[in-house]
Write a protein that binds this ligand. Structure first.
Ligand code: ATP
Length: 219
């Protein structure tokens, strides 16, 4: 059998705005998973959220600023530049066609693992990628029967398994617990509270300059 190529990381999100709870866990998780580069994949229209996100140009600009000092992160803008809702399965199918011999590692927070069964064609996702899961405070602590069964079938304890197969495994990374969400940040800004420990200073300056997340702002 042909040797596999280096694993590629993918970290999808709305990033409205990107915050330390995205960047720090994913950097640690990538290191633990032995994944050298991770594509940050901002979605165009999130499928799981009710609120329309901020303009793509702002979310992209903030993401660029936030990853400037992390050479292992880069932006894949394929979803944000389409006009349709972003379904992970379709993006993974496109990536698989482009990278037939690279294991694909999709990074998610623990809350997303708990809600995985609500994703479009969720079971088929395991035919395209592994999941690398970051800890997230506030996520449920008890596992549903289905999730426990999924972990029994797919969880791997060492990162070798992520590099010896193209897809199908789950790796739980031991990452710092950062109780930050984009929702909190938007609310803090609306209420005039500080977001100092939540957001990169360059992103904070961008938000101020462009007056994002103000109570009356429409985009
Ligand atoms: P919102 O508050 O608008 O719902 P969010 O902060 O949850 O946004 P998203 O862009 O929706 O951020 O999340 C993208 C991915 O990042 C998801 O897999 C989510 O689980 C993960 N994530 C977000 N915040 C954290 C955090 N603080 N710790 C670990 N993972 C996180």
């Amino acid at each position: 059998m042909n040797k596999l190529r280096p694993a590629l990381g993918i970290f999808g999100g709305t990033f409205d705005p990107v915050h330390y709870g995205h960047i720090k866990p994913v950097i640690d998780a990538a290191q633990q998973a032995g994944v050298e580069s991770v594509a940050m994949l901002p979605c165009h229209i999130p499928v799981h959220k009710d609120l329309a996100p901020s303009a793509a140009k702002h979310r992209l600009a903030m993401l660029k600023l936030a990853i400037e000092c992390y050479p292992q992160l880069y932006i894949d803008d394929r979803e944000i530049h389409t006009s349709a809702p972003s379904y992970t399965i379709h993006t993974l199918q496109a990536l698989r066609a482009e990278y037939p011999r690279h294991p694909l590692c999709f990074f998610i927070g623990m809350d997303s693992l708990h809600s995985l069964a609500t994703w479009h064609e969720w079971q088929a996702l395991f035919d395209y990628c592994h999941f690398v899961v970051c800890c997230r405070p506030g996520s449920q602590t008890t596992l549903s029967k289905e999730l426990q069964q999924l972990l029994n079938e797919r969880q791997v304890m060492t990162n070798n398994a992520l590099h010896n197969a193209l897809y199908g495994k789950i790796f739980l990374a031991d990452t710092p617990l950062l109780a930050i969400s984009s929702t909190d940040i938007r609310q803090h800004i609306q209420q005039g509270l500080s977001t100092n420990n939540m957001v990169d200073p360059k992103v904070r300056a961008y938000i101020q300059t462009h007056k994002l997340y103000q109570p009356s702002t429409t985009f």
